[in-house]
Ligand binder design. Structure first.
Ligand SMILES: [Zn+2]
Length: 497
């Protein structure tokens, strides 16, 4: 490890110099104001992911320091999704779940400048949300997200103007920024306004007092594209939500940039504002974050502090997070885009494990949204903490007696939920030429099946499955699984596989 360091540091410096070298000769552009933006989005883990090879906020902190050394006018932006969901966030500490407290603390030490809301900020309870907002030392920019009463949350700005003055020329570049979030999460303490209407209002307010406008968003890419096509005044869109990187040029050839989730990649954007013409040149660079970048020691200390707090909490729940459960020969696929659309080796492993406590069960069912890791566990050692990352919510494994006719309806709804957390995963149920089979036999609508099911799915809270709960005469909980925990069930399955 040490050996490769010596080689890698010059590579990083070379990268920084190369980025500078792409700047045209300064003779005619002496007075240009240069601003660098470091952008990332959708961060759930405070540590590196992919077995430690990729991501890691402490590594991005090192990149930030390098960028600041190159250009003091460097700002950092976060395109939403930081409070939830994560394994660490479920840990109990000082009488409550962490629920993003660890992430805010890490980002405060990272010295993040600006963030907008993602849909997952509203996964947490209202008091937790308010507490996180108090803890955050960075500036929130949001133009279409309000408290239930319609007023902006305390301290949240609907738009901001960032004036950047070039030390040499004394010229000032005024960057306007506004924020948008998709209205996907409605816990009752939040209200959204239409993003297009909000944008029109923000552009009206910002034009005249800014030289360049940035939309900091967390919404579906089609909505981002529509935004750029409708509003040529936007000079740059920094987004999030898809978890995979994008560099699209839309509307007035405006760049639309999103990094990979968990800072597996970030964007570094150089802006060059020419005060004579009023024009701004935008140069984005895609930067993968991996173990070639050392971790910033100060940020790493904060990350370690929260990991220790969370691990202590898991130990109190009876889990030994660092214990090795098994060594796998193949990578386990928990990527959200896969587990919510089809079976993977990980979804099958969980489905089989649900059958363990109930030898009489004929099939198992669970919602794919229980799987939150959104990552691939590389072949090799699987720890208890890895299993907690896969299924951070835990929950019981129950046995139910379900009428075939209702089971058919549930299975079809699971298919209708493809792409969402309500897409259902199962053991022993499969569709052959469009017809459902249980253990290789066509489903019998009159028969009653013994079904192993996770308690969330059996609670009626899943999308389109509100009827799947106690009280439905065709769905009877036979064993409420009081002493079970789905994470322990998966651990047992891995051990005995
Ligand atoms: Zn999102």
């Amino acid at each position: 490890m040490k050996k490769s360091f010596a080689i890698l540091i010059p590579v990083i410096i070379a990268f920084a110099l190369a980025a500078c070298a792409t700047t045209p000769a300064p003779s005619v552009n002496d007075s240009r104001v240069h601003v660098t933006i470091l952008h990332f989005n959708d961060i759930y883990e405070i540590t590196p992911v992919s077995g430690g090879k990729e991501g890691g906020i402490a590594r991005v902190a090192t990149l930030r320091r390098q960028l600041l050394a190159r250009n003091p006018n460097t700002i950092t932006t976060l395109g939403g999704d930081l409070f939830s969901p994560s394994a660490i966030g479920t840990a109990q500490f000082e009488g409550d779940q962490l629920a993003g407290r660890q992430m805010i603390d890490v980002l405060n030490h990272f010295a993040l400048d600006y963030a907008t809301f993602g849909n997952h900020e509203f996964d947490v309870k209202e008091n937790q949300f308010n507490q996180r907002m108090k803890e955050a030392k960075f500036t929130w920019v949001s133009s279409n997200v309000f408290a239930a009463g319609g007023q902006p949350y305390a301290g949240v700005k609907q738009n901001i103007v960032i004036p950047v003055t070039d030390k040499k020329s004394g010229k000032t570049f005024r960057i306007g920024m506004f924020g948008l979030t998709l209205a996907a999460n409605n816990p009752g303490y939040v209200r959204y306004s239409d993003p297009i209407t909000a944008t029109a209002e923000q552009i009206k307010q910002l034009s005249g007092q800014t030289d360049f406008m940035i939309a900091l968003t967390h919404q579906a890419i089609d909505d981002d594209i529509e935004l750029l096509q409708k509003f040529p005044q936007i000079g740059l869109l920094l987004g999030g939500h898809e978890h995979v990187n994008y560099q699209n040029w839309r509307g007035n050839f405006t760049p639309l940039l999103k990094g990979d989730a968990n800072v597996r990649s970030v964007y570094v954007v150089d802006l060059y504002f020419d005060p004579q013409t009023g024009k701004t040149q935008v140069k984005p660079e895609f930067v993968p974050i991996n173990d070639s970048l050392p971790e910033d020691p100060a940020v790493k200390t904060v990350v370690d502090k929260w990991m220790n707090i969370a691990f202590d909490a898991f130990r109190q729940q009876g889990f030994e997070p660092e214990a090795v459960v098994t060594t796998t020969t193949e990578a386990l696929d928990g990527l959200e885009s896969n587990v919510r659309t089809r079976k993977t080796n990980l979804t099958e492993l969980i489905a089989k494990s649900l059958l363990r406590p109930y030898p009489e069960a004929e099939l198992s069912l669970y919602n794919s949204g229980s799987i939150r890791i959104d990552d691939v566990l590389p072949a090799g050692q699987i720890t208890v903490y890895d299993v907690i990352r896969v299924l951070p919510f835990g929950g019981k494994v129950q046995l139910a007696a379900i009428k075939g006719s209702l089971l058919l309806k549930v299975l079809n709804q699971g298919t209708a939920n493809t792409g969402a957390g309500g897409f259902l995963q199962s053991a022993n149920a499969q569709q052959v030429n469009g017809a459902w089979q249980i253990n290789g036999k066509p489903i019998d609508v009159k028969k009653t099946y013994q079904l192993a099911i996770n308690d969330f799915l059996a609670s009626g809270k899943e999308h389109g499955l509100d009827y799947l709960k106690p009280g439905n005469p065709d769905f009877v909980i036979v064993n409420s699984g009081e002493n079970t925990d789905i994470r322990q069930t998966v651990i047992d399955q891995l051990k005995n596989n």
